[in-house]
Write a protein of this length. Structure first.
Length: 266
């Protein structure tokens, strides 16, 4: 790995890679299509809300937040798994690493670039939901849904870290499949752990407990149903979720850096 010159700081290298990744991602038309689809879905939620006897705001918030998570996860998975593989397929990694760029800088920069893309998309989707809520006269909920939107962003950032890890050693198709499974199991891990505690088989309890402690517990970020009922998460939940996502993502990116550093592109 080439050493970083003193006149080029590590934050500047990471920022440059992240900025370039962000520009590449926003040029991908699938991102705009997904945002447009979610906004159309919110419009449909308004129409459905008219049929729910005074539950317009609840319907819009429920459908909108779940749609945001679903399509945000598609962005995190399908764009995230291509962060590394595209550079390898194009053989641009040879050009990148011929410069004073460490592989850790590359991984972190790519990750932050996609997180920035997700942030922009989540904000746009959130604005769409808030506008829909304002349209039906629910100004209070138009504001109170934002903590839940923040939790969705944290979850997507963690899913992106998972996709980044898999992309360092597997094919795009398998990386997408693995990340999707982690996304599904992550939402069920608490239930699986509770199920394991009630089972008579020691082996089953060990397996389910291992899944619970190793895979990310994405249920920590779930507040969509509560937000649709005009509830807001407490400061403790927001702080705990933020710390969990940051630490877990840092561990995943560290593992991705170690794996990627051992790859030979010659």
């Amino acid at each position: 790995m080439s050493a970083t010159p003193s006149h080029i700081s590590m934050p500047r290298l990471v920022a440059a890679i992240a900025t370039n990744s962000f520009r590449e991602a926003i040029r991908d038309r699938i991102l705009y299509n997904l945002v447009l689809f979610v906004l159309l879905l919110v419009a449909c939620a308004i129409l459905l809300g008219d049929l729910t006897n005074g539950q317009e705001a609840r319907t819009i918030a429920n459908i909108g937040l779940n749609a945001m998570l679903l399509f945000g996860a598609f962005i995190a998975v399908f764009v995230g798994v291509g962060l590394v593989s595209k550079e390898i397929e194009r053989r641009t990694v040879h050009i990148i690493f011929s410069k004073p760029v460490g592989r850790g800088h590359f991984i972190v920069g790519k990750y932050l670039g996609l997180c920035a893309t997700l942030f922009v998309n989540v904000v746009i989707m959130g604005v769409g939901i808030s506008m829909a809520l304002l349209y039906v006269g629910s100004a209070d909920m138009a504001l109170t849904v934002w903590p839940a939107i923040y939790l969705i962003f944290l979850e997507l950032a963690l899913v992106t870290a998972v996709a980044t890890l898999f992309s360092t050693f597997s094919t795009p198709a398998l990386s997408a499949l693995f990340t999707f499974f982690v996304f599904l199991i992550g939402h069920l891990s608490s239930s699986l752990n509770d199920l394991g505690q009630t089972m008579g088989s020691s082996f089953a309890r060990i397996v389910l407990s291992t899944i619970y402690y190793i895979l990310p517990n994405l249920s920590l970020f779930s507040f969509r149903t509560e937000a649709a009922n005009a509830l807001t998460p407490g400061i403790e939940m927001l702080a705990t979720s933020s710390a969990y996502a940051t630490i877990y993502a840092a561990i995943l990116l560290s593992a991705a850096t170690v794996i990627f550093s051992r790859r030979d592109f010659k």
